[in-house]
Design a protein around this ligand. Structure first.
Ligand code: NDP
Length: 284
């Protein structure tokens, strides 16, 4: 019977470590670590995510600077704001909440963020550092996945890791992080020929597709560590993952629930990244 990985508890541990270090940073520098958050438009999910990030900042003792722009804001105005935050010495991290409304080119905007303040780890330079095995700021959700595996003592080295989903934000960087930790990585996507067969060989499975319970429980290899990134809202508001949890649980060694698995780790790793960015600026 699989053991459930309590993402909320692991995230709490990460935040508590960040809080201690943030306190020491403030004593040493005379200022609090600062995270700037930029939100455009009225997407209700984005509003919730930004609120959670602001709450996490308060909990770990960071200053948070909220910036809200109306739907329909010209791209140049958004870029000017990001450039201003890049230059602001009180700001250690700049985060533009995605997705952006239609008409704004997210890729172009992310590229304006100072790579040293890119706490979401999505700037092409940071993505390139990950791809070439150099230290840098890593994307938060994939970093959270690795932190969960570390917490339960699942070492990726030498293991067969299967990642389903190849998005720039989750699947691809998760695969690269697992590779960096010496897993043998298979990266699956919508054109993968026999997904069930690939999944059934995984000692570590990361599901990041966005399709409710598409990974069937009987595909799971006995004893596998299953990390379910999917967040799919069902009719009636229930949140389910990409893995058929109830059927996967008896086969898995470890498994993350949805909610309460990867989700809380994303925000915790954002705090950890902001701390890392602040400390790196001190030695520059
Ligand atoms: P994307 O839609 O950007 O990517 C989905 C990926 O799944 C694509 O690579 C796609 O392949 C692949 N895919 C689609 N259908 C299939 C299929 N039938 N078989 C195999 N692969 C398939 O999603 P994201 O990566 O942004 O997010 C994935 C999920 O994770 C979502 O539910 C999202 O809400 C959740 N999420 C959760 C976070 C958290 O903090 N817990 C953070 C970010 C995301 P192809 O490239 O070929 O199209």
């Amino acid at each position: 019977m699989g053991r459930i990985i309590d993402g909320k508890a692991v995230a709490r541990d990460v935040r508590s470590r960040v809080r201690d270090e943030a306190e020491a940073f403030a004593v040493r520098t005379g200022r609090r670590i600062g995270l700037a958050l930029v939100r455009v438009g009225e997407d209700p999910a984005s509003a919730i995510y930004v609120r959670r990030k602001v709450e996490a900042c308060a909990e770990v003792g960071f200053a948070s600077f909220e910036n809200e722009l109306p739907e329909g804001v010209p791209q140049a105005e958004l870029i000017a704001l990001v450039e201003r935050l890049d230059r602001d010495p009180a700001v250690d991290g700049v985060l533009v909440q995605l997705p952006l409304p239609r008409g704004l080119d997210a890729e172009a905007i992310l590229a304006v963020i100072d790579p040293d303040k890119d706490v979401d780890g999505l700037h092409p330079l940071n993505a390139g550092k990950l791809a070439t095995g150099r230290p840098g700021l890593r994307a938060c959700t994939p970093a959270g996945i690795l932190a969960l595996l570390d917490h339960v003592g699942v070492d990726p080295e030498g293991k067969r890791a299967v990642v389903v989903g190849r998005s720039v934000m989750v699947g691809k960087p998760a695969a690269l992080l697992l590779l960096e930790r010496n897993a043998t990585v298979v990266l699956c996507h919508s054109r993968t020929r026999n997904l069930a067969e690939e999944v059934s060989r995984a000692e570590i499975l990361v599901a990041a597709v966005g399709r409710p319970e598409m990974i069937r429980g009987d595909w799971i290899r006995e004893g596998a560590a299953v990390i379910d990134v999917g967040m799919n809202r069902q009719h009636g508001g229930r949140l389910v993952g990409d893995v058929e949890f109830a059927a996967a649980l008896p086969r898995a060694g470890w498994i993350t629930p949805v909610p309460g698995g990867v989700g809380p780790m994303t925000v915790a790793m954002l705090m950890a990244n902001t701390l890392q960015a602040a400390k790196a600026r001190l030695v520059k």
